[in-house]
Each structure stands twice: as structure tokens, then as C-alpha cells.
Write a protein that binds this ligand. Structure first.
Ligand SMILES: *Cc1c(COP(=O)(O)O)cnc(C)c1O
Length: 375
């Protein structure tokens, strides 16, 4: 039997060809390896329309390491970040700042509301000490899409720097540095780019990063230092995750042959549509209205039927080969189903069918969260 499909926010299902690309050992000073690194960094810049203005700095670790590196490197002593929060990943950025002693303030919205650019503008006008704004592109907590274009325009108008956590969006949802101003954007190898976990990267505006020398209070998370030494000899400062990088090179080839950001986004949108339609037929309701929903991960409200026990539902789905994810919301009891990774219409249709079978096994007639329908 094949391994279960991961309908989660990550780690995600990857292709066999991506996994197979890891079956070699290359030294960190190997010419071939150095060339592969260069190609990956160039390709990631292209995907952001940022070849002319930005540089790509990869970093060992999961996505959070790269987020922490971005905040640590860009928020200088004397600088202050405004963190826009509508979910757990925004909260995480605030926590990183608090633990690192980085000056910051926050604005919070409920998890089912997008960040409001008007409130952002008011705060930027009111607090002149703010130098940067940090925001999550797609809040994976709920699956909500934040209005990144309008946020970027507001930040630019007020002459501040924008730091974007685009972890769960980059590679599937377009972002173009030629029309959307940002100082830094972070993503990782294992979300929409469908590599294996282990590497994050920051796309940083060259001028802005150049001004960051000496900012970082951490050695291993210092993006300026990481960039500087990589520019010198093409090598990573510390042991590179060689196999992860080899897998990433293959993943980027597959991303390109699928049609890049547009092609990948189209597959995910189709995955999301199949999931939504199927689940709604079974009575389930999504937390978000369609116009706020990113085609990345969907939050479903917990069914009202008392026979629906989530742990049981989860285990039975797992047995049928589909791994879903618990909810992480404070506003509602919920669970999540991902649309990303190396999965397509067949897997999404299969997942909906498995949900229906499990409901029958559990004696649950409807997935509706409204008590009215429970019996
Ligand atoms: C996945 C994710 C991260 C990073 O998570 P890791 O577990 O550290 O890889 C950060 N922000 C968002 C929005 C994410 O979806």
C-alpha cells in the first residue's frame, strides 16, 4: 500500500522524482553543487519578478527559522515593527520579536477576517517610530488570503519597509516585486514549491539587506552574513542541507514544467474547488466565504452531530490513506484539509469519497455545523 496523502499545511506529499533526486552525496564545495545553488537562487528571484532589485538568501531549517532570520536581520536596534495578526503565524512573528527583544507593536483581527489596510494606514500615521510592517500573505491557520497588494501599497505610501511571510502562498499565488514593494519575503522548500522540508529562503531587496550589517543578535540567523559569505564563494556558511537542495532543484524543474506559479495555482484552485463542492454536498461548511478563501487549505466548521468525534474521524480517514489536520482556531471548533502538495483531482475526489464513507461508518448523516441538521 502506498503512503497516505498529506492533506495538511505541511509537511506535504512530494513526487517520487523529487525524493529520488536526494539519492546522492555531494560535497559543499563541489562545483556542481555550487552551480545548483546559484540556479535555485536565480529561479526563486524570477518567480517573484525580483531579479533586478532583490537577492535570494537561503537558510537551513524549517520555515520559522527563515521568518525569525528575517525579523532578526531587518529590525535593527532603534527600529520598530508593526505586526498585522489574524492567525497563529502572525502571533508567531510577535512572539519571535518578543523573545528576541525586537521593538514591535501589533494590530489584531479575528481569524476569519482579513487584515484591514485602512487600520494599518491609521496606525502608520499615528506612530512615527514604526519602521517596518510584517504580515502573513496566506494565514494558514484559517486559510485566509490577506490583501497583500493593498497592504504593500499602504506601507509604500507611508515610506516604511514591508516584511512578508509568504510561506504557504509563494509558488502558487502570484507576487511580483515590480508592482508590489517589499523589503523581504520569506518562504520555504516544502510548501507550494513541493520540495522536501529543510530549507527556507528570503527574497530581500538588495539595498535594504545591504543596510542590515550588524543588526542580527543571532549568528546562525544573520541573513546579511549568510548572503555576504554566499556571494563571496557560492558556499553556505554552515553545513548545507545538500539533499534538500538537490530535491529543491528537481522540485523547481517540475514547478516550471507545470507552468510556474500560474500552472501550480491552477491545480491548487481545482483541488480546492473539488474539495469544497464535495464537502458542501455532505453538509460541511467552510469557515470562510469563498472570496476570502485562498486555494491552499480549507477550514471546515466541526459538525454539530454528537456522533461526529474528530479523533475517530481523523483515524478512520488516515486508515483510508488521507491525513487531514486539526483546527487551530480560537474563533470556532474546526478542522482543516489542505489542497497543496503533489496531489490532484483524483486524490481530492478520493478524499471526499473517504469522508463520506467514514461518516457512514460513524453514523453521521450530515457534516452541517448547525444543530438543526444534527439528526
Ligand atoms: C508553514 C508556515 C510557516 C513555517 O512553519 P514551519 O513549520 O517552521 O515550516 C510559517 N508561516 C506560515 C504562514 C506557514 O504556513
Amino acid at each position: 500500500m502506498r503512503e497516505a496523502w498529506l492533506l495538511t499545511p505541511g509537511p506535504l506529499t512530494t513526487s517520487s522524482s523529487v525524493k529520488n533526486a536526494m539519492l546522492r552525496d555531494l560535497g559543499s564545495r563541489d562545483d556542481e553543487f555550487i552551480a545548483i545553488n546559484r540556479q535555485i537562487r536565480e529561479r526563486l528571484l524570477q518567480l517573484a519578478g525580483a531579479e533586478e532589485t532583490h537577492v535570494c538568501v537561503p537558510l537551513q531549517g524549517s520555515g520559522t527559522f527563515a521568518v525569525e532570520a528575517m525579523l532578526n536581520t531587518f529590525i535593527a536596534r532603534g527600529a520598530k515593527a508593526l505586526i498585522l495578526i489574524n492567525g497563529a503565524y502572525g502571533e508567531r512573528m510577535a512572539r519571535i520579536c518578543a523573545m528576541g527583544g525586537l521593538a514591535h507593536s501589533v494590530i489584531r483581527w479575528p481569524e476569519d477576517r482579513p487584515v484591514d489596510p485602512a487600520a494599518l494606514e491609521r496606525e502608520l500615521a499615528a506612530d512615527v517610530s514604526l519602521t517596518h510592517v510584517a504580515v502573513v500573505h496566506c494565514e494558514t491557520t484559517s486559510g485566509i488570503l490577506n490583501p497583500i497588494d493593498r497592504i504593500a501599497a499602504a506601507v509604500k505610501r507611508h515610506g516604511r519597509g514591508l516584511l512578508i511571510d509568504s510561506m504557504s502562498a509563494f509558488g502558487a499565488l502570484p507576487i511580483d516585486a515590480r508592482s508590489l514593494a517589499f523589503d523581504a519575503l520569506v518562504a520555504s522548500s516544502n510548501k507550494c514549491l513541493e520540495g522536501v522540508p529543510g530549507m527556507g529562503f528570503v527574497i530581500a531587496r538588495r539595498e535594504a539587506l545591504m543596510a542590515c550589517a550588524g543588526n542580527s543578535r543571532s549568528l546562525s540567523l544573520d541573513l546579511h552574513d549568510q548572503w555576504n559569505s554566499m556571494e563571496k564563494n557560492g558556499q553556505w556558511r554552515f553545513t548545507p542541507p545538500v539533499h534538500v537542495i538537490l530535491a529543491m532543484a528537481q522540485a523547481l524543474k517540475e514547478h516550471a514544467s507545470e507552468g510556474g506559479v500560474e500552472g501550480r495555482g491552477a491545480r491548487y484552485r481545482n483541488n480546492c474547488r473539488i474539495l469544497m463542492e464535495g464537502m458542501r454536498k455532505l453538509g460541511f461548511e467552510s469557515l470562510l466565504p469563498d472570496h476570502l478563501q485562498a486555494p491552499i487549505i480549507v477550514t471546515f466548521l466541526m459538525p454539530a452531530d454528537p456522533r461526529f468525534i474528530f479523533a475517530n474521524f481523523y483515524d478512520r480517514l488516515r486508515c483510508k490513506g488521507y491525513v487531514i489536520y486539526p483546527g487551530k482556531l480560537t474563533v470556532a471548533d474546526s478542522f482543516r484539509v489542505g489542497c497543496v502538495g503533489r496531489i490532484g483531482p483524483e486524490e481530492m475526489t478520493g478524499a471526499v469519497k473517504a469522508v463520506q464513507e467514514v461518516m457512514t461508518q460513524m453514523g453521521v448523516k450530515s457534516g452541517s455545523p448547525a444543530l438543526l441538521h444534527a439528526r
